[in-house]
Design a protein around this ligand. Structure first.
Ligand code: AMP
Ligand code: ZN
Ligand code: FE
Ligand code: FE
Length: 282
């Protein structure tokens, strides 16, 4: 049986509503789905309602972007209960930082000859956590780029002309906040860290494990089998639980499906009990 421990809905930069994700998860036979919208848990209540009286376990979560110079470091936090809490309370601040960054990027893009307003970004993003994929979608619609991927490659990633950073938590702080909130912190899609050497990865894990890291994503869409096995082995060698999921975003990541990723992803359901055993360890 399979699960999916990383997904995005309209509450952040996914195109599908939380209830639609639940419907898809049931249709493809998943036994558990984690909703991990960026910096928000606004989708969780609708997802809970949709999953009620079904056999699907809905795992409430979020995904955080962390301070890390070398590359993109993301932390998926599972079993984070919506409501007040140390990490939960910080999410609102992080969303404010996003909104200010988005406004600055609208201005920058306009200066670069691609007129785009903060209001348009708000309309594209809807009520949730708004980010660069929404900006990319507007750029595509206006004909500035051919695809969302091209918008990132030419303009929106770190180092490109329209990139503007936003406030992030340090890895240690985020992991500690997650644990003190009863959540289960997992280092997401480790390839985006930009680490190629085994000793650098070991140094990083030796830094994050004392802070309370529990899991490492190994089952990611786009990984080849040997990469999934390699990261799962790495996790086990460091006493971490391998995790993973599709990182589904609907139309914002074309070609990527819930559960199965690009078609060959299977996240074993046995990992859920193992990960869950660390939930609530505040
Ligand atoms: P933000 O949270 O606004 O900084 O944007 C991060 C989002 O952009 C994440 O959902 C990523 O999946 C997405 N993203 C980052 N780099 C790329 C890329 N090269 N192509 C497509 N999406 C990307
Ligand atoms: Zn996203
Ligand atoms: Fe991510
Ligand atoms: Fe994600």
């Amino acid at each position: 049986m399979a699960v999916d421990l990383h997904s995005h809905s309209t509450a952040s930069d996914g195109s599908e509503k939380p209830a639609a994700l639940i419907g898809q998860a049931i249709e493809i036979g998943l036994t558990a789905l984690a909703l991990t919208d960026h910096d928000t848990q606004d989708g969780v209540s609708d997802a809970m309602v949709a999953a009620q009286s079904t056999d699907l376990e809905l795992i409430p979560g979020t995904e955080l972007s962390l301070e890390y110079d070398a590359g993109g470091m993301h932390l998926v936090v599972l079993w984070l209960e919506p409501g007040p809490g140390p990490l939960q309370n910080r999410l609102a601040e992080l969303r404010l930082g996003r909104d200010q960054r988005n406004e600055a990027m609208a201005q920058r893009l306009s200066e670069l000859g691609m007129p785009l307003t903060a209001q348009e970004i708000l309309e594209e993003g809807g009520s949730g956590s708004i980010g660069r994929p929404h900006i990319a979608a507007i750029m595509m619609r206006k004909g500035y780029v051919e695809s969302i991927e091209e918008a990132f490659e030419l303009w929106l990633t770190s180092g490109k002309p329209a990139y503007i950073g936003r406030p992030r938590l340090s890895p240690e702080e985020a992991i500690q906040l997650a644990r003190s909130s009863g959540g289960v912190p997992i280092l997401a899609h480790p390839h985006t860290l930009g680490i190629n050497r085994a000793h650098e990865m070991a140094d990083l894990l030796n830094r994050l494990i004392p802070a309370g890291l529990i899991g490492l994503e190994a089952f990611c869409a786009g990984y080849r089998r040997h990469e999934r096995e390699g990261y799962a082995d790495l996790a086990r060698r460091f006493g971490l639980v391998p995790a993973g999921g599709s990182d589904f975003h609907g139309t914002y990541k074309p070609g990527l499906s819930l559960g199965i990723g690009y078609g060959d992803l299977v996240v074993p359901d046995s990992l859920v009990d193992e990960l869950r055993s660390h939930a609530g360890d505040a």
